[in-house]
Write a protein that binds this ligand. Structure first.
Ligand code: MF3
Ligand code: CO
Ligand code: CO
Length: 253
């Protein structure tokens, strides 16, 4: 979506702020022993009862829960379950809310208890990949600039970039044009324009970039069973660069 009116821009800011607030709220609950179903319930109740908003994943193309919870070798779209978190897990929580017809989509990684240094590094480098992508966003820049920045940092760190899933335009639709690839070549692809709203959400793997889909038809895991990390923000292109609509208070953009 290109938010052309101040009213549309304001609605995207509100949706983004609410999605970020869910991740801020859930942080204290992410502890060894808690199940991902419990995290889903807390987020669902907060979104519906406190925020008076809609959890976009619930019933989206048949997805059965209100958030995605992706642990260790799960690349994305993990379904909350009876699985309890254990010390040493890395967990992505992906939240999308709809408020006043507009979407805010964001995810972050959590290190549960004591996590091995090699997994902490994967989580950190993946966050840096997102931030390097965000740094590219301004009118006149091209989508390939974002993909290149992410791929370059991931591969220089001896990781791989997932190809099967990408960022996306967002607005009144959850997933819209354009596709925002996390690989690419600088100076190629669609030219960014002021008002464009989209996500960047790199999934970075310790081993191969290839994924496999589980029999639930949602959960995507790494083909080699090694760990994967992901961070996501929703952005709006402005005259001077971009607004990170889903920024959390722990971040400074
Ligand atoms: N939030 C995911 C994204 O970043 C999409 C989840 S689709 C769902 O695009 F159905 F699994 F929720
Ligand atoms: Co997204
Ligand atoms: Co998301």
């Amino acid at each position: 979506m290109i938010a052309r009116t101040e009213e549309q821009r304001q609605k995207m800011r509100t949706a983004g702020r609410l999605a970020a607030a869910v991740l801020e709220m859930i942080t204290e609950h992410v502890q060894p022993g808690v199940t991902t179903d419990e995290l889903n319930r807390i987020c669902h109740d907060y979104i519906t009862l406190e925020q008076k908003a809609i959890p976009a994943p619930l019933n989206y193309r048949g997805f059965p829960k209100s958030i995605c919870t992706s642990i260790n070798e799960v690349v994305c779209h993990g379904i909350p379950s009876e699985r309890a978190l254990r010390s040493g897990d890395i967990l992505n929580i992906d939240v999308t809310v709809i408020k006043d017809g507009h979407h805010g989509d964001t995810s972050k990684m959590f290190c549960v208890g004591r996590v091995p240094a090699h997994l902490e590094r994967l989580v950190r480098v993946t966050r840096e990949c997102l931030y390097r992508g965000i740094d590219c966003v301004r009118p006149g820049a091209r989508l390939g600039d974002i993909g290149w920045a992410i791929q370059e940092h991931a591969e220089a760190s001896h990781y791989s970039v997932v190809r099967e899933f990408c960022g996306h335009g967002i607005g009144t639709a959850f997933h819209d044009e354009p596709q925002v690839l996390h690989t690419g070549r600088a100076g190629t692809g669609e030219v960014l324009k002021e008002g464009l709203c989209f996500t960047i959400e790199p999934m970075i793997n310790l081993g191969t970039w290839r994924t496999k889909l589980m029999s639930d038809n949602w959960t995507a895991k790494t083909a080699d069973g090694k760990a994967s990390a992901q961070w996501e923000h929703t952005l709006m292109v402005t005259s001077g660069g971009c607004e990170v609509l889903t920024a959390r208070s722990e971040e400074s953009f």
